[in-house]
Design a protein around this ligand. Structure first.
Ligand SMILES: Nc1nc2c(c(=O)[nH]1)N=C([C@H](O)[C@@H](O)CO)CN2
Length: 117
């Protein structure tokens, strides 16, 4: 299956388990791999025949801005729900990173893989 990637998408969301995390939005990073059929767009060279990754990025940004989950898992799942609701994606893997949150680690992340419901 063909794939479209969005890598290192910077977002902000109010997210975290602890009170000190819930006073301001925090920077997050998304890496997304979408399985989809790109054969028509490869022939027509027309963005309306494919999944417009710019629109996908905007959708993920909207989910992040509007939500206030505690866990990365919950936000990643909501992002995938929006992706399948709005775009013709067959399967997707989304990695959601929260950099610089642990004193002794560069990054923490969760990764979810889901098929079209
Ligand atoms: N599996 C997870 N573990 C933790 C999360 C999370 O989202 N998923 N979040 C936290 C805190 O919010 C963390 O960012 C600060 O300690 C802890 N563990």
């Amino acid at each position: 299956m063909d794939k479209i990637y969005i890598e290192g998408l910077r977002l902000e969301s109010l997210i975290g388990v602890y009170d000190w995390e819930r006073t301001a939005p925090r920077p997050l990073l998304v890496d997304l791999c979408m399985h989809c059929d790109l054969s028509r767009a490869a022939q027509t060279d027309n963005v309306t025949d494919t999944i417009d990754y710019a629109l996908v990025a905007e959708s993920l940004e909207r989910v992040a801005e509007k939500s206030s989950f505690e866990l990365l898992e919950a936000l990643a799942s909501a992002m995938l729900d929006a992706l399948f609701a709005e775009f013709d994606v067959q399967e997707a893997t989304l990695k959601l990173s929260k950099p610089d949150i642990l004193a002794n680690a560069q990054n923490v992340a969760v990764q979810l893989t889901r098929g079209r419901p």
